[in-house]
Design a protein around this ligand. Structure first.
Ligand code: GUN
Length: 297
């Protein structure tokens, strides 16, 4: 029987676990605050950001919502980041990626105070992650570690194949899985658009993390029996539905499910965990800023 990993259920456990920490902070007079900055007309980005804000409100984190027209000069975004860096009520800052072409995304990431960088994308935080001393683990790979743990999958000694080399998922996922630490100790291969013979890699994997943004690229015939399949993709493809599209992952679910020992669905797999770990990082940022010790789930 294939275990369909329920990301909503695991995310809900993480959110419940954060409740105690948020209460401890509240007793110390601290309300964690997350500022989200959206500079995009993309409907998917708008949906992601509004879901992140709703999650915050539900668990007792204050959400500060900033929306900039995509034509706004880059300096206005940089100035907003500087202002948010200086505010005591903002513990985490998230600028939704991608930003418009006239904005230097690297400057955006460098500009955010590393202590408020709840995405874990600032170069200092990337360096700390690589060095095995993470301050904020990036939300999607951190959420995947929790999902694997919830399914009883210990990566130690396993062959993990990551399909995709993005700064947001592929690279930090590889770094977490090779750490000499719980949730790591895997042998990791990172495949990407220039990889020759992708299926030769995926077929010898114990764990496949598909994060390449190509709808249904990974199919069941590319997998061995008993593989654990984590699907990060959220692709809108045209379909005869009310909205005119449907969401599919980077994995062809039906064919992969028949091979997998465990698999994440889309939607309802990785997505809710990414959002839960953003809350986790925001509570961590608030507790460190306020110097109040909390137990994180
Ligand atoms: N765009 C897609 N995923 C993410 C994410 O995790 N953080 C930010 N800031 N932008 C994104």
């Amino acid at each position: 029987m294939t275990d369909v990993i329920d990301g909503n259920a695991v995310a809900s456990e993480v959110r419940d676990g954060l409740g105690d920490a948020i209460e401890t902070l509240d007793e110390a007079g601290v309300t964690p605050g997350l500022a989200t900055v959206l500079m995009s007309d993309d409907p998917a980005s708008q949906t992601y950001v509004s879901m992140k804000q709703r999650d915050c409100t539900e668990v007792g984190i204050e959400a500060f919502d900033y929306e900039l027209d995509p034509s706004t000069p880059a300096d206005e975004l940089y100035d907003l980041i500087d202002e948010l860096n200086g505010r005591d009520d903002v513990h985490g800052i998230l600028v939704q990626m991608p930003v418009p072409d006239h904005v230097d995304s690297r400057e955006v990431l460098r500009r955010i105070d590393p202590a408020k960088d709840v995405d874990g994308f600032h170069p200092e935080n990337v360096g700390r992650l690589v060095a095995g001393d993470a301050r904020f683990k990036p939300c999607t790979p951190h959420g995947i570690q929790k999902l694997l743990d919830s399914a009883g999958v210990d990566p130690e000694g396993k062959e993990a194949v990551i399909v995709g080399r993005s700064d947001i998922v592929g690279k930090p996922m590889a770094n977490l899985l090779i750490q000499k630490a719980a949730g790591g100790n895997a042998t990791v291969t990172v495949c990407h658009s220039r990889t020759q013979n992708l299926e030769a890699h995926t077929r010898r994997a114990d764990i496949v993390v598909a994060a390449c943004g190509v709808p249904e690229l990974v199919t069941g015939d590319m997998l061995s029996e008993g593989t654990v399949v984590i699907d990060v993709g959220v692709n809108r493809v045209d379909a005869d539905t009310e909205k005119g599209y449907e969401l599919v992952g980077d994995v062809d679910y039906d064919s992969a499910e028949s091979k997998a020992r465990a698999i994440t669905p889309v939607p309802g797999g990785v997505g809710p965990m990414t959002r839960a770990m953003l809350l986790w990082n925001t509570v961590k940022a608030a507790s460190e800023a306020a110097e109040v010790d909390v137990a994180l789930p």
